[in-house]
Design a protein around this ligand. Structure first.
Ligand code: BG6
Length: 487
């Protein structure tokens, strides 16, 4: 790779999410959130929601990687890494502790102001997700989360506060993390804030009733409206403010060459990817939605003016996460406990948590999205969860698996740019080791920086750059030209 491929202003970055990294769950006036009520789990045992915080139960969000108190140290390390952007999220309950409060919590506002000023000092631009898999607990128990239309008003209030308060410090916003996950039970819980009856946070329940499915699509409709309102609000405050959507980058291949599998693939891409993207980028429900709703007995309550809001609130760019790909089949079903349960691809290797590894799929997805929407693309999550081991010297971590995974994905990105896709940034998951969203484990590590902590919050929480840190620093410094390591 000797040619210049990445534009000079390419946003090399890295990502985190508040509930997974901040900790300090009940500090400085912050309210409780749904994640604060979520226990740890593992690949075979789903996380649980407890109605009360119980003293003998593990809730990983209560410590995360303790970034709330160590953000200056972390940002200094990010600067040494060479990050151009830090994709992070704001915890809604730090700003509005109950979600429906009349006035914001000053200590929460001050915290993020200090954090953004610190980023500015190190010339790192923030890319800020307004809500990343979390919601104030009060909105869940009092209103039923996003199933209640009133939550749109609370979110609008929150959005207005963020845009005015941080105007000049934050220029790039994402509304909802992985909004297209809201129609499966995991997303219904963590994004839509609808508490699972069983108390278990499972990925999906293929036998969900029509009523439940309807409720999920209705909540998603409210989220899409809130997102569109936020886009308009941001542009009213400052037309230069960039505001994007954020999707799980689902990518499906037909399992076989059977035409029925190709059809299944089209149906999967429609519902998992294009449903939200059509609304957020084109400003309208897709043409096939009636057929889909009729087939599942879904009937949405759409009020006067809703479609106009969606039409006017289209985003400036598309951001998405990309971890794995799946297969679509007319006959073979996947495992509902997997993240986007497609049928397994027999040709791909998997990580320890069963996620397939498919760099080329990233090129495919970039092309697919760019050809459909012709909007700039930003990859805001990409990475592999691994068990990293601190070497006997106590100061090094040879995480070659992360380097291999990311290098191959950056190569795919290079090809997508050469194909002609407008890709503005790339933020691997994650900047630093943080708690896993799916399992609540700390040992499922993605970061460039190792954090000395275990699954139960024990450890010094000291930070140690991993080998991938030095590799990624080289990648950023060379603007994507030097991808090999140790050769
Ligand atoms: C993404 C989420 O889907 O996947 C992140 O936006 C999450 O919050 C990431 O951490 C990786 O998933 P997990 O379960 O391995 O943490």
């Amino acid at each position: 790779m000797n040619q210049k491929i990445f534009p000079a202003d390419f946003l090399w970055g890295a990502s985190t999410a508040a509930s997974q990294c901040e900790g300090a769950w009940n500090i400085d006036g912050k309210g409780e959130t749904i994640l604060d009520h979520m226990t740890n789990g593992d690949h075979d045992h789903p996380r649980r929601i407890t109605n009360k915080i119980q003293p003998d139960v593990t809730y990983p969000s209560h410590w995360g990687c303790k970034q709330y108190e160590r953000f200056e140290e972390d940002i200094k390390l990010f600067s040494q890494l060479g990050l151009k952007t830090y994709r992070m999220s704001i915890n809604w309950a730090r700003i509005y502790p109950n979600g429906d409060d009349a006035v914001p919590n000053q200590a929460g506002l001050d915290h993020y102001r200090k954090l953004f000023q610190c980023l500015k000092k190190y010339h790192i631009e923030p890319t800020v997700t307004m809500t990343h898999y979390d919601i104030p607990w009060n909105l869940c128990v009092k209103y039923g989360g996003w199933s209640n239309r009133l939550v749109i008003d609370f979110f609008t209030n929150y959005a207005r506060t963020l845009f005015t308060e941080y105007h000049g410090l934050v220029n790039r916003w994402l509304t909802f993390n992985e909004i297209n996950f809201s129609t499966v039970s995991y997303g219904e819980c963590v994004t839509s804030g609808i508490l699972p009856e069983s108390g278990k946070v499972v990925m999906d329940d293929p036998n969900a009733s029509t009523e439940v499915i309807n409720r999920r699509f209705q909540a998603l409709h409210h989220e899409l409206l809130a997102s569109a309102i936020a886009v308009q609000l941001a542009h009213e405050i400052d037309p230069n403010m960039q505001i994007g959507c954020m999707q799980t980058g689902f990518t499906f291949y037909p399992l076989t060459s059977a035409p029925e599998d190709a059809e299944a693939q089209q149906r999967d891409m429609e519902i998992w990817m294009y449903y939200c993207l059509d609304i957020q980028c084109k400003g309208k429900y897709p043409y096939w939605v009636k057929r889909y709703f009729d087939s599942r007995n879904i009937s949405l309550n759409i009020c006067d003016g809703d479609l106009e809001i969606l039409r006017k609130g289209t985003v400036d760019f598309i951001s998405f996460s990309y971890y794995k790909t799946d297969c679509s089949s007319a006959t073979v079903k996947g495992n509902p406990n997997d993240w986007a349960y497609g049928a397994e691809n027999p040709l791909l290797k998997k990580n320890d948590w069963g996620w397939s590894i498919d760099p080329l799929g990233l090129r495919w997805l970039c092309n697919d999205l760019y050809s459909r929407y012709e909007l700039p693309l930003m990859i805001v999550e990409n990475g592999i969860g691994e068990i990293d081991v601190l070497e006997a010297d106590g100061s090094s971590i040879k995480d070659i698996g992360h380097i291999d995974y990311l290098r191959e994905h950056i190569k795919a990105l290079t090809m997508a740019i050469q194909d002609g896709c407008d890709i503005i940034g790339y933020c691997p998951w994650s900047a630093i080791d943080i708690v896993s969203a799916g399992t609540g484990e700390m040992k499922k590590r993605y970061g460039f920086i190792y954090v000395d902590a275990d699954d139960f919050g024990h450890g010094t929480f000291n930070r140690i750059p991993k080998e991938s840190f030095y590799w990624y620093r080289q990648v950023i410094k060379s603007n994507g030209m030097h991808l090999e390591w140790g050769k």
